[in-house]
Design a protein around this ligand. Structure first.
Ligand code: PLP
Length: 395
């Protein structure tokens, strides 16, 4: 028999991100039962910490068992009845997935489209709400991982509520990397994943629901079509009677607990500042090299940068060299952007100055070897200059 032998990587793709040693250690803690009072305490703390990162007072804030997509399904199967109408922003792969999930619920998805890399404009949402006054929900992806675009939400939230609809937001890549601010923005239902800026392994999906969303849930006509994701039962396990529903993934909850504690110790605002500054440092470095970024500056995510593959360069070969020679994983383009961009992540524990400098220097040399026309010797300097200016580097 062979022992498991996993290479040590630097995870700079679209997720999963690197996991802090304390989180890995937490996962090795002894197994206890899912009804053990000690586990209930851990669940209580996970709920408190999730409210902290979501910036919400919402009582129904829990971690669903399953990856981010289970959070997506949870939101829709618990809120939608067949025939309901949802206005949905589609400007990337995850907007498309929203449409698929909504239609599988027997609901109608009214699509607002924008180019991949662009954002959904408030006036587009307003126009569709006027065209479809019976629409009960608007669904948007906050951080579109397939493009690296950050969707502004505040103005849209106001429009949605003025039309008596509810705002549903995908925060899989945004939570912990940029402010989500559930209560301040007025997001009614939101889901995320553990493996991006929260920097735990993939396997849980934090979700949160406003009072307005709970009212809709309570009035739902049809039985929730998924037994596993039915919040009317899951709520009684995370709160209330603590009634058994399914066996909770115990070790994953340890991991999420520890990962959230790390964010609390750093302070949420400091976590956001770290992502913002290092994301900009990386982007400055890439641009100094002469590479083109896919998203306009004002909508760029700090934690995930889509950079265009220069003419004539074999994008897969560059990724392979980064992985084989430097153990660095970056992401490829998906679907419409396949072969056209690389996606470089700086999420959670992966978001540190060392990774910025390492990826810039390795990428520069590989591109030179591939015959790409890039400026040499300036990328690292551009990133370092910015990091000094922003006091990311001291000494
Ligand atoms: N939504 C967004 C924006 C994502 O980036 C992802 C995963 O990359 C998902 C949903 C789905 O999450 P998962 O792959 O964890 O199921």
């Amino acid at each position: 028999m062979y022992q498991l032998n996993v290479p040590s990587r630097i995870l700079m793709g679209p997720g999963p991100s690197d996991v802090h040693p304390r989180v890995l250690q937490a996962m090795a803690a002894p197994m206890i039962g899912h009804m053990d009072p000690a586990f209930m305490k851990i669940m209580d703390e996970v709920m408190r910490l999730l409210r902290y990162v979501f910036e919400t007072e919402n009582e129904l804030t829990v971690a669903m068992s399953g990856t981010g997509s289970s959070g997506m399904e949870t939101v829709f199967v618990n809120l939608l009845d067949p025939g309901d109408k949802v206005i949905v922003g589609v400007n990337g792969l995850f907007g498309q997935r929203l449409v698929d999930v909504i239609e599988r619920c027997g609901a109608e998805a009214v699509q607002i489209k924008a180019a991949w890399g662009d954002i959904i404009k408030p006036e587009q949402v307003e126009a569709e709400l006027k065209n479809h006054p019976d629409a009960k929900f608007v669904a948007l992806v906050h951080a579109e991982t397939s493009t690296g675009a950050l969707q502004p939400l505040e103005e849209i939230a106001e429009i949605v509520h003025n039309h008596d609809a509810l705002l549903i937001v995908d925060a899989v890549t945004s939570l912990g990397g940029v402010p989500v601010k559930i209560d301040k923005v007025g997001i009614d239902a939101c889901y995320s994943g553990t493996q991006k800026c929260l920097s735990a392994p993939p396997g849980l999906a934090p979700v949160t629901f406003s009072k307005g969303a709970l009212e809709v849930m309570d009035k739902k006509k049809e039985k929730v079509q998924s037994w596993y994701l039915d919040l009317s039962m899951i709520r009684n396990y995370w709160g209330g009677e603590r009634a058994y529903h399914h066996t909770a993934p115990i070790s994953m909850n340890y991991a999420l607990y520890e990962a959230l504690k790390l964010i609390e110790e750093e302070g949420l605002e400091n976590t956001f500042a770290r992502h913002k500054k290092l994301g900009k440092a990386l982007q400055n470095g890439l641009e100094a090299m002469g590479l083109e970024l896919h998203v306009k500056e004002e909508y760029r995510l700090p934690q995930l940068t889509a950079v265009r593959v220069p003419e004539g360069v074999n994008e897969a070969s560059v990724r392979k060299q980064l992985l084989d020679n430097f153990s660095i994983e970056i992401g490829s383009g998906l679907d419409e952007l396949k072969g056209k961009v690389w996606r470089i992540g700086l999420m959670g524990h992966s978001c540190n100055p060392k990774n910025v400098i390492t990826v810039l220097s390795a990428l520069e040399q590989i591109l030179v070897n591939e015959g790409a026309k890039v400026e040499t010797g300036v990328a690292v300097k551009a990133a370092m200059d910015y990091m000094y200016k922003e006091n990311v580097l001291v000494g």
